[in-house]
Design a protein around this ligand. Structure first.
Ligand SMILES: *Cc1c(COP(=O)(O)O)cnc(C)c1O
Length: 404
């Protein structure tokens, strides 16, 4: 059963329902490793922060509403979530994963595969029929991500989750929702069993903590996830939980602005003639599929220039855009995935997966959009990617559907 929210998402995000004894208007920070017990026969609600902490509990309850989950856990990073989830697997279990997953996800799953812990198959998850043909009664877990980055491939999550459960009711469909955030997508409504995301990105939004969030509607899975978190000690620290509570309050407004900026920049680059990947563009081959699952398009796009040298020059010529990995922060970033976030995937595999070496990824923040476009335009001129000096000539709106 899908839990019901009392209010719309924007309201839930800022609503503070603390049971603090002094009615503090923000959740109190319990920076304490242990908790004294009233007596030996009367143990309190908390005893040790690895197992539970009131600030983390507050955050988790808040996130459960936002993610429409019945159980939510906050851990030390997005990859920490994946580690917790993969510990539910048994030796030799069969696992299906997308071939364009986050680089760190690819690294951990491949490590488990090489060690012989799991039998892993990587497939193009945009090919729904191919994925269906690979799902058997022995498939134990399926890892999906949509849209992927930097290739912005969209996966038919609903169909795959439904089919997988039909074939094997015990299969665990896992979905990484880092790219959309709960503002734009509710994967649990599409039939996935466990959703996780890197809270380092949109959820916190300020690049001052690392965190990950796990969510499910299954009591059984929740119990197993909590067992691992409590046993390994990867629960999010009280202070980072407190900071994440603060970041979450502005999530909706940040994502909305990032998306507005990103849509305009996608149009700008497409008008110049670059091959732009952004799910909001009508030219995106899976624009409609994306619309059927999400409430918007997010703040990440990628584009090809046709030349590695030119791409390098562009990346090194921007002033507002910082050269950095990651996304979802209030400030804009630029990167070349093949040299940075995806360098952990070897060149041969990158080629097999058609990851263009000249690809530039832009992660858009909340700055003034004209400033961002001016900055990009200057970098494009400097790199020789464009010759026209008149910015406005390059920028005639092509249709992006306004969603938010
Ligand atoms: C960043 C990221 C992760 C990993 O999260 P960390 O918090 O960096 O560990 C996982 N998936 C996606 C899609 C990401 O972008």
């Amino acid at each position: 059963m899908a839990p019901k929210r009392s209010y719309s998402l924007e309201t839930e995000l800022v609503l503070s329902k603390s049971t603090d004894q002094y009615n503090a208007s923000v959740p109190p920070l319990y920076q304490s490793a242990t908790f004294k017990q009233p007596s030996l026969s009367n143990m309190g609600e908390y005893d040790y922060t690895r197992s539970g902490n009131p600030t983390r509990t507050y955050l988790q309850n808040h996130l459960a509403k936002v993610m429409k989950a019945t159980h939510t856990y906050a851990v030390t990073s997005g990859m920490g979530c994946l580690d917790v989830i993969t510990r539910l697997l048994k030796p030799g279990d069969e696992v299906i994963a997308g071939d364009d997953l986050y680089g760190g996800t690819h690294r951990l799953l491949t490590y488990l595969h090489k060690k012989g812990d799991v039998k892993l198959g990587h497939y193009d998850t945009t090919d729904t029929e191919l994925i269906k043909s690979k799902i058997t009664t022995s498939t134990k877990m399926i890892f999906l991500e949509s849209p992927t980055n930097p290739l912005i491939k969209v996966v038919d999550v609903r169909s795959i989750a439904q089919y997988a459960h039909q074939v094997n009711p015990d299969v665990i469909v896992v979905f990484d929702n880092t790219m959309m955030s709960p503002v734009l997508m509710t994967p649990l409504d599409l039939g996935v069993d466990i959703q996780y995301e890197s809270a380092t990105k949109y959820l916190n939004g300020h690049h001052d903590i690392m965190a990950g969030v796990l969510a499910t509607r299954s009591d059984k899975l929740a119990e197993q996830l909590f067992f691992v978190i409590n046993s390994t000690g990867c629960g999010l620290s009280p202070f980072d939980s407190w900071l994440l509570c603060r970041g979450l309050r502005t999530l909706a407004i940040r994502v909305e602005r990032q998306q507005q900026n990103c849509s305009k920049i996608a149009e700008f680059l497409q008008n110049i003639g670059f091959k732009v990947r952004y799910p909001g563009l009508k030219s995106h081959p899976q624009h409609e599929l994306h619309n059927s699952m999400c409430r918007g398009y997010g703040g990440v796009l990628s584009f090809e220039t046709g030349s590695i040298k030119i791409s390098e020059k562009i990346v090194e010529s921007t002033e507002i855009f910082g050269i950095a990995v990651s996304f979802g922060c209030v400030n804009s970033l630029i990167s070349m995935p093949c040299k940075m976030s995806h360098a952990s995937i070897d060149a041969k595999t990158r080629e097999e997966r058609a990851l263009p070496e000249d690809l530039i990824r832009l992660c858009i923040g909340i700055e003034n959009c004209d400033d961002l476009i001016d900055d990009l335009h200057k970098a494009l001129l400097k790199s020789g990617a464009v010759k026209v000096n008149e910015r406005d000539e390059l920028f005639n709106a092509v249709g992006i559907e306004a969603k938010l």
